[in-house]
Write a new protein. Structure first.
Length: 316
């Protein structure tokens, strides 16, 4: 199979049929073998009914329905797990991503040899204040922190080699950082393509300003995981050593001062350096304990389901 199109969605009943027909036209025009995997992330409208109807008319349409809203990352994880295409294309279901971009993205993976190609919505039709400016700040911070030089981490339109999506773990709200996850997994040949962004045709956006706050918090998380996720003791142990050394230095100074310099006879417990010494040594020990606990948890981490699938269509 040439292409798997993975589409996470939440309450997009108005756009699904139009999006399906558009994708099918593109696939037929380029003689691609394909599958379209819709992941219904707990919709409360008729999205799942429409997906079920499309699957009866087109055997290439497959569906996954979550029992409730688990988030876009979990939806992508489920879609990646089921995808069988040589190239996996992800896009949003709101018709703001253009299916006509699919052939070029496919060729960049197959012919140009990229592991991952990310879309760049260079010209956007979103609110400048609500989305554009925060997005630019977010993308700048992501580039500086991750070392992945993309202009638009948030673009839902991306293409992947199959081995990429089968070897990365998309969890929490890490869908924004799939290129970083891919790089950390060893798939560093990452490209970018300017893609056409279209104004939303139906409904309202599901994302508000809070997604950028969450995005920056996730950025800190992925920075930590990429550098210390496999060796938490390296971070916490280093911090613990520094704090303990500061505390020990103050304690040593107090001891020398008490024995040889302190002619006034003031008690050590009456001096502020004593409390600095005591506090920093305790904090240092706590960092050490956190590092040990992190190592223990890492080595005994159980596998667990991060979402519950309610129904599936045309999937093995």
């Amino acid at each position: 199979m040439n292409i798997s199109v993975v589409i996470p969605l939440l309450n997009e009943q108005e756009s699904l049929t139009e999006l399906h027909d558009w994708i099918v036209r593109v696939m037929q025009a380029h003689s691609f073998t394909y599958e379209i995997i819709f992941i219904d992330d707990g919709s409360t409208d008729d999205s799942w009914k429409i997906i079920a109807t499309l699957s009866t008319k087109n055997d290439n349409v497959k569906g996954i329905q979550f029992s409730r809203n688990f988030g876009k990352s979990q939806a992508l994880h489920a879609g990646f797990k089921k995808a069988e295409g040589d190239v996996i294309i992800t896009m949003d279901a709101d018709l703001q991503d253009n299916p006509d971009e699919i052939p070029d993205l496919y060729n960049m993976i197959i012919k140009d040899g990229f592991d991952l190609v990310s879309g760049w919505k260079k010209k956007r039709y979103d609110s400048v204040i609500a989305k554009n400016l925060p997005s630019k700040l977010f993308n700048w911070a992501a580039r500086k922190t991750s070392g992945v030089t993309l202009n638009d981490f948030n673009c839902g339109l991306k293409a992947y080699k199959q081995e990429v999506v089968k070897n990365i773990d998309v969890n929490g709200e890490m869908h924004r950082y799939i290129p970083v996850l891919s790089k950390n997994a060893g798939f560093s040949n990452i490209g970018e393509k300017v893609v056409q962004h279209q104004a939303r045709k139906y409904g309202e956006t599901k994302f508000g300003m809070d997604r950028f706050v969450h995005g920056f918090l996730d950025l800190i998380t992925i920075w930590f995981l990429s550098r210390f996720g496999k060796r938490p003791m390296h971070l916490f142990g280093s911090l613990g050593f520094i704090m303990f050394a500061i505390g020990f230095a103050f304690a040593f100074y107090l001891g020398i001062d008490k024995l040889f310099l302190n002619r006034a006879g003031r008690l050590i417990t009456e001096r502020p350096q004593f409390f600095i010494s005591l506090s920093t040594m305790i904090i240092g020990m706590q960092f050490f304990v956190a590092g040990f606990l992190g190592e223990i948890i890492l080595r005994n981490k159980p596998d667990k389901n991060r979402y519950l699938i309610k129904n599936e269509l045309n999937l093995k």
